[in-house]
Write a protein that binds this ligand. Structure first.
Ligand code: NFS
Length: 645
């Protein structure tokens, strides 16, 4: 058994793991040790797509066997990878669809608790979609924007409207390769069809379809989610908040929202703030109601309301172990079944809210947009009623401050000012070398590696080497917990050029850009850098890279795939799911470079991962004629101590 200190670098989590051990409670950190996995599954060479199987091909002797249908290892590995892309795309996109449906209901006046919060963004999106603005009522415009977005899901032909935002050379590449996404649902369905028994048996052809499907996620479903959420709930602006299990409060009713769609959590934020609810909490002996988030729902309400974050995906069970959570309210995605198990032993209620996601040991209060606030009040009341049933509480005294809420709109504004919004200072900073490059560090936690450790090491070393880091998802939460998302750290760990820019603009060197669907914001930011000029004509020429050092979800694979197909070099850590097939892996790691101008890569070691990213960025700088020779800074012990929090 690994020591708790080997399982996580997060102090609050170590404390809770010790408690779990003492109380004989099970968490993902323990279960991962019982699940050794199988070599075929790990290599991607186990096929269980039909009832003649499962068929397993030994990756060490790939030519010695085939599946019952005759499928070779390349076909099997490519199909398994493709199904991850389809799964990830479907999750982000179904989320986007729900937001489009809510916008339509709100615009029709049938979801009275929602309203258009960001009219400017609505008009911008309307213009991009070719929706007439003129003298029309704001709700009429919103209705047409919502309907156009909803139509993207069922679109059968043509080119997805949001994908037309990409730089011209990128769109030409997609057209030449015949991977320009058509409709979002169509690409998912087609990929599922192609990977049925006896359909697409050409691994190259399957991998090209993966790109098309993933592009329908990044420039489709995810972008619909992000854009329409901004319209409905407001575009985030930087604000300060707190993170880690220490945000839970001993003397208040703690409600933790967990999942992904802010449609529900926005209403919980509103309901919890109502005087009648606060009064109700006082009647049961609590000082008030404390709301906190887990996973991407946390990122959504953090960046729009400053609601604190209790933790990332691997802390969901640990939050319950504090004994201080009255209700964990969940919607969809990344919700461990393990939380139900823990909740069954303590007073916490797990409240499921989506008809798409029910679970054992949970109470179901179904959410409907037309009665949103009433249902949110019912949920908050249920939590309050639970408060008197609390047993012993132990909340780790660990929390950190962070600034969050950065995005394309804010970068534009903060660098250029209100009347001259522009990326010019960013591009100039990159061109003159004060910013070496921009790196997206995104994705999940995975108990197969030390929780938070790789994210933090990769991010620290990137900024120490002059890169501006943009983060989303659980990765952002890992790093926020170490205090790196505060402007004052810039001078401590960045080279002079970078900290001067950070201080001049008042930003940290690590920017929290939101949830995982908000990776679409990074596509928009890359496109804006291209349009600003001086850094090439396409995203693939920019000195930028992406990585997901601790990924686990199919959603992460879809994100990586759309980044690569959009021209961004992308490195994943932990394990790589196509290693069973040399051909498939080479196609993704090399051939994609010829086709999409950048590739996938895999590197579990954080130092080597940073090395690969920096050399990629330096090559891009050289190709642009803006290179300056520099030594790599290794993030040493002294620097680590300096930053200890
Ligand atoms: Ni992203 Fe967000 Fe976290 Fe991974 Fe899950 S919460 S959508 S999938 S685990 S980063």
């Amino acid at each position: 058994m690994a020591e708790n200190e080997e399982k996580t670098v997060c102090k609050a989590s170590i404390e809770m793991l010790k408690k779990a051990e003492a109380e004989g409670m099970d968490t993902a950190f323990q279960r991962v040790e019982q699940q050794k996995g199988c070599a075929f599954g790990e290599a991607g060479s186990c096929c269980r797509l039909c009832n003649m199987g499962p068929c397993r091909i030994n990756p060490k002797k790939p030519d010695e066997s085939r599946g019952v249908c005759g499928a070779n290892i390349d076909t099997i590995v490519a199909r398994n990878f493709a199904r991850m892309v389809a799964g990830g795309t479907s999750a982000h996109s179904d989320h986007g669809r729900a937001v489009a449906e809510t916008l339509i209901l709100a615009a029709k006046g049938e979801a009275k608790d929602y309203e258009i919060k960001d009219r400017i963004k609505l008009l911008e999106v309307a213009a991009d979609l070719g929706v007439e603005i003129g003298e029309r009522e704001i709700n009429d415009i919103a209705l047409e924007v919502g309907e156009r977005c909803l139509a993207m899901f069922g679109q059968q032909e043509g080119e997805l409207a949001f994908a037309l935002r990409a730089p011209e050379p990128r769109k030409e590449i997609w057209r030449d390769l015949r991977v320009f996404p058509r409709g979002i649902d169509r690409e998912v369905v087609e990929l599922m069809h192609r990977t049925n028994i006896g359909v697409d048996q050409d691994y190259e052809n399957i991998l090209m379809a993966c790109a098309r499907c993933a592009l329908a996620d990044g420039w489709g479903g995810s972008m619909v989610g992000t854009e329409l959420q901004d319209i409905l709930f407001g575009t985030p602006v930087p604000l300060e908040s707190k993170i880690n299990l220490g945000v839970l409060k001993e003397d208040e009713v703690n409600i933790v929202v967990h999942g992904h769609e802010p449609i529900l959590s926005e209403m919980i934020v509103l309901a919890a703030s109502l005087p009648e609810m606060q009064e109700k909490a006082k009647q049961v002996g609590a000082k008030g109601i404390n709301l906190a988030g887990i996973c991407c729902t946390a990122n959504e309400i953090l960046t729009r309301h400053g609601i604190p974050i209790a933790g990332n995906v691997l802390q969901q069970e640990l939050a319950l172990l504090t004994g201080a959570v009255e209700a964990m309210v969940v919607d969809v995605q990344c919700i461990y079944q393990g939380i139900g198990q823990i909740a069954s032993c303590i007073h916490t209620d797990i409240i499921t809210t989506s008809p798409k996601a029910k679970m054992p040991y949970a109470r179901h209060i179904e959410f409907h947009e037309d009665r949103a606030l009433d249902i949110a009040k019912e949920i908050v009341s249920a939590a309050i009623e639970n408060f008197p049933k609390r047993g012993k509480v132990s909340i780790p005294d660990v929390r950190e401050s962070l600034i969050a809420g950065f995005n394309h709109e804010y970068i534009n504004y903060m660098l250029g000012g209100k009347f001259r919004a522009s990326y010019r200072p960013l591009n100039d900073g990159v061109i003159d070398g004060r910013i070496r490059g921009v790196v997206g560090v995104v994705g999940c936690n995975n108990p197969r590696v030390t929780h938070d450790d790789i994210h933090v090491r990769v991010t620290k070393e990137l900024v120490a080497n002059g890169c501006l880091v943009v983060m989303t998802g659980c990765a952002a939460q890992s790093v926020a917990k170490t205090g790196l998302m505060l402007p004052e750290v810039a001078r401590k760990i960045c080279p002079q050029g970078l900290w001067e820019i950070c201080e001049a603009v008042g930003i940290p060197p690590v920017l929290h850009c939101g949830s995982c669907v908000d990776n679409s914001r990074i596509l928009i930011a890359c496109t804006a850098m291209v349009h600003e000029g001086g850094l090439g004509d396409d995203i693939s020429e920019l000195p930028v890279a992406g990585c997901a050092p601790e990924w686990m979800s199919e959603k992460a694979i879809s994100i990586g795939e759309y980044f690569v197909a959009s021209g961004v070099y992308t490195v994943f850590g932990v394990k790589w799911p196509t290693l069973g097939s040399k051909n498939v892996t080479e196609f993704l790691f090399q051939k994609y470079g010829e086709l999409f101008k950048n590739t996938w890569d895999f590197e579990p070691d954080p130092e080597k991962m940073v090395g690969k990213i920096l050399s990629h960025i330096d090559n891009k700088r050289e190709a642009l004629g803006i290179s300056a020779k520099r030594e790599r800074v290794l993030f040493d012990m002294a620097m680590r101590r300096e930053l200890e929090v």
